[in-house]
Write a protein of this length. Structure first.
Length: 413
């Protein structure tokens, strides 16, 4: 399939939108030599339940080009925001694997929007000037609807079809979208929460730090063989293979984290947890990037991480946060989970006690993880904007922090 036609369902009643879609399919089929029935995908109906969402997920996983149809309705459409998130995750995964960011999102300005574009759309190249002043002023709907613009509409179709075919030459690799409805709304994630009385507003996505480094502390499958009760299906050969929410969600949490960053128009990088983490937390780079440490709760049982966690527990910086993708409250209630929770607290208790959003372990699902991550990226950007003194050492702040005691096996007790 060459393209996915993403539009606001409130615009479905517009017969001119349907006409443009049919015209575009015909043009791409004719110029690209593609069978007409495999050119585009449009969701004209929304039957209830999983089949509808599954149909969209499959199309978003395989399409070569994403065509968002900008209108006043589009950026307030939750479904459209989830469709954008799904395709953005594919682009991010492709870039992570190949180092190449594809230009596979090719928007159409159906009607000018009076509101400011969300960052995920505002960061894209705006080609409207190339299609003439009337298209830029009135949008494509006017060119389709009014006979006096017939020649401009035909010229637009010709040039826009070339853009679709060009973008389709270098599509992002197919990437599974297991649950479209569980994805974050890319447009809502770009909004700022209303500040409380007397609070300084957090930074917009367009200001503050624009890069996030995901530092991942997780064992490979071979590392976990000797860890009691470890679920080996959650691990693989590489960091990107870690899937802590399997089987409910079998995708890579690393890829999804980068997808969340992408929807906030942020550059992202993934690193393994090692001594380079402290360069990010303590060096001059901390003023220009965010650091999100994603920790597998089972990692505290691996000898390779014990010294690193002990050092991390004595360090704090305002450009960082620790995320443990699980439900720690539930984990602490079970007999096995209670022991694991105690080990985690022995390793990172200063972070867990610090408050202020420095540590989060309230993410029982991938949907919760993405929601929390979207929130904390905004929060950390706000900290960097507000605070000149970014980096502080935990052990310099006095006795409010507990001492780290080392017991058998190198774990605090």
């Amino acid at each position: 399939m060459r393209f996915f036609f993403s539009y606001a369902r409130a615009d479905l009643v517009d017969p001119f939108l349907d006409r443009f879609y049919e015209d575009l399919c015909l043009d791409v089929s004719t110029k690209g030599g593609v069978p007409l029935d495999s050119v585009g995908f449009i969701d004209r109906e929304q039957p209830s339940g999983g089949p509808w969402a599954g149909m969209l997920s499959e199309a978003l996983a395989q399409c070569e080009v994403f065509v968002p149809v900008y209108s006043p309705h589009y950026f307030i459409s939750e479904v459209s925001g989830k469709e954008w998130s799904a395709f953005a995750a594919r682009v991010a995964a492709h870039e992570q694997a190949t180092g190449v960011r594809t230009k596979s999102i090719v928007p159409v300005w159906w009607l000018p929007s009076r509101a400011e574009l969300p960052p995920v759309a505002g960061g894209l190249h705006d080609p409207r000037d190339a299609f003439g002043a009337d298209y830029k002023k009135y949008g494509l709907r006017t060119l389709v609807r009014r006979p006096k613009y017939k020649d401009q509409y035909l010229e637009f179709r010709d040039r826009y079809t070339d853009m679709i075919l060009k973008a389709a030459e270098t599509p992002p690799a197919p990437h599974q979208v297991p649950d479209l409805l569980a994805l974050p709304n890319a447009f809502a994630m770009a909004e700022r929460p209303a500040p409380a009385a007397g609070q300084i507003p957090a930074a917009r996505a367009g200001g503050g730090a624009r890069k996030v480094v995901f530092v991942v502390a997780v064992g490979r499958r071979d590392d976990m063989l000797n860890v009691e009760h470890a679920e080996l299906d959650l691990y693989g050969e590489e960091l990107v293979d870690w899937r802590p929410y399997h089987p409910a969600f079998s995708g890579s949490i690393v890829v999804r984290a980068q997808g969340v960053a992408f929807t906030r128009d942020m550059e992202s990088q993934v690193l393994p947890a090692d001594d380079s983490l402290f360069t990010l937390l303590e060096g001059p780079a901390e003023r220009s990037c965010l650091v999100v440490l994603i920790v597998d709760s089972r990692a505290v049982e691996l000898n390779a991480y014990q010294e690193l966690f002990a050092r991390l527990d004595r360090t704090r910086s305002r450009n960082s946060i620790v995320l443990v993708p699980s439900d720690l409250d539930e984990l602490s209630k079970g007999p096995r989970g209670s022991d694991l929770y105690n080990r985690l607290y022995a390793s990172l208790g200063n972070w867990m006690d610090a408050g202020g959003g420095a540590f989060r372990g309230d993410m029982p699902s991938m949907q919760d993880f993405e929601r929390v991550l979207g929130q904390v990226l905004i929060e950390i950007q706000g900290r960097i904007m507000r605070m000149a003194d970014v980096v502080r050492r935990v052990n310099e702040t006095g006795p409010q922090f507990r001492p780290v005691l080392t017991g058998p096996g190198g774990l605090g007790r």
